[in-house]
Design a protein around this ligand. Structure first.
Ligand code: AMP
Ligand code: SF4
Length: 468
């Protein structure tokens, strides 16, 4: 992503959990820190102490802003779950920051969620009619209410199984009771969730990059439609659904996940590099240098350069130290050329025919501005190659890819987009190449194809129609 030209689009959330390791809160802190790219709005940790009591710290902001030595000391125990949030459904207030903590006379439980429930309106209505009172606007609370309803009369696994079967959409849920963590993944396999081992205990994370950071070893992925229960006796696997698909979100590979993460056996950097190679095979161009848009497109740019033998150059530099509170330059200063986060290196770019690689075009703003930047510093030609297909449909699974109205490729063909962004040439990658790069034959590609793997419920279909 290039943040100078922040389009207001952001990634989804990240979850992390620890079972049976001393100072679980510290591991969770480091784990969440390595998942920070998945959400910067808010974060929280819940732990369970030796007596089974739950403790929580949560707040708005980055992991390093919310937690400190003092408040981490208030989180004792060997079990923890944590969350980093970007608001996809619900508002941005503190009440929506997870994990949620629920008190019940048969025992408390905590819950953290990544993804989006597509039948949330229907379920919320159903639960409210039955007397449930919601504290937040977040989707995740729906699962909690479904669970709470029957917590008393049935076994927990039965209650969770039934609740998950009522929910439609994309999710990775962590549910923590005083002695167990339940790790659940949607039956379509849209959102990732992996388990690792560490010091005789277990860790669970939205991305495997967190394992590396804390010295854990990858064990396995939670399977689509599976609940993995972690307790004193180890791991126990339950299928809550017979319907199973492996439709991993393609955008996890293309854009969201960290390059050092492996998603269901394929490393993200390796995927992106391969997609860059395939992009050259599908859309070659004669040029002097290849430049990637930092950071998510650098791997694809390396791949494009490797097969084309066109040198890869650092033609765009990102200033990493521009935080969210940095004072934005006024329009006047911007027009005078004050650029905070991204600059084009004129000594590298001047007089050159440039291939500019980006991982996606959503609204077209980023490409347009970067092409202008490159031309400003004297690029002779700018050929844009995008390492994903044209994004023509919104995502309903927790990825903020903009509305139908805003998606440039929903309204313009390739040649029209080329003109709008001001490129000398433009090409997108095929969906076939994505399967090849990911080494798999199932993926969610709905934002590129409009073929949604789940049913879309009335509220979403209506919103979709309104937008169109
Ligand atoms: P746009 O400027 O709207 O065309 O967005 C394209 C740029 O945003 C690319 O540089 C992508 O790396 C990045 N991007 C793609 N999807 C997202 C997303 N959901 N949130 C934030 N950035 C994104
Ligand atoms: Fe990912 Fe696109 Fe599917 Fe959403 S629609 S889950 S962004 S591939």
């Amino acid at each position: 992503m290039n943040q100078e030209f922040d389009r207001g689009l952001h990634e989804e959330c990240g979850v992390f959990g620890v079972f049976g390791v001393n100072d679980a809160k510290d591991l969770t802190y480091y784990g969440l820190h390595s998942l920070q790219h998945r959400g910067q709005e808010g974060t929280g940790i819940v732990t369970v102490d030796d007596k089974g009591k739950m403790h929580r710290v949560k707040g708005l902001g980055l992991v390093t802003e919310v937690f400190n030595n003092e408040n981490l000391k208030t989180l004792p125990g060997k079990m923890a779950i944590g969350h980093v949030r970007y608001a996809t459904a619900g508002g941005g207030g503190i009440e929506n920051v997870q994990p949620f903590l629920f008190h019940h006379n048969t025992g408390d439980f905590a819950l953290a969620h990544n993804g989006n429930i597509v039948n949330s309106n229907e379920l919320r209505q159903f639960l409210e009619n039955q007397g449930s009172i919601f504290q937040s606007t977040s989707d995740s609370e729906i699962l909690a209410h479904l669970i709470k309803k029957d917590w008393l009369n049935q076994s927990r696994i039965q209650v969770i199984t039934e609740a998950l079967n009522k929910i439609e959409g994309a999710f990775a849920f962590l549910i923590m009771t005083y002695n167990r963590i339940y790790c659940c993944r949607d039956k379509y396999g849209l959102r990732p969730l992996s388990i690792g081992v560490l010091n005789g205990g277990y860790v669970v994370s939205s991305e495997t990059c967190a394992f590396e950071v804390i010295g854990a070893k990858f064990l396995r992925d939670v399977k689509p439609g599976e609940i993995v229960v972690i307790d004193e006796d180890g791991l126990h696997s339950y299928d809550y659904s017979h319907y199973k698909h492996h439709k991993m979100c393609a955008m996890e590979y293309i854009y969201f996940s960290r390059p050092d993460s492996d998603i269901e056996g394929t490393n993200v950097h390796a995927f992106r590099k391969e997609s860059g190679k395939l992009l050259y095979e599908e859309a070659p161009v004669d040029a002097d240098i290849v430049i990637g848009v930092p950071d998510s497109s650098l791997s694809a740019a390396m791949g494009y350069s490797e097969v084309s033998h066109i040198p890869y150059e650092m033609g765009l530099i990102k200033n990493k130290y521009v935080g969210r509170t940095f004072i934005q330059p006024s329009q006047e200063l911007r027009e005078k050329g004050v650029r905070m986060k991204l600059s084009a290196v004129s000594s590298i770019v001047r007089g050159k025919r440039v291939v500019l690689i980006d991982d996606s075009i959503v609204r077209g703003t980023t490409s347009k501005r970067i092409i202008a930047l490159l031309r400003d510093v004297g690029a002779k030609e700018v050929h844009v190659r995008i390492s994903s297909p044209q994004m023509t449909n919104p995502c309903f699974y927790g990825v903020d890819t903009s509305t139908y109205e805003e998606l440039i490729s929903a309204h313009h063909n390739v040649e029209e987009v080329r003109k709008i962004i001001g490129a000398d040439s433009l090409a997108f990658l095929s969906t076939a190449a994505l399967y090849k790069a990911a080494k798999r034959n199932e993926l969610c590609l709905a934002c590129f194809t409009g073929k949604y793997p789940t049913q879309l419920y009335s509220s979403i279909e209506q919103a979709n129609k309104d937008e169109k």
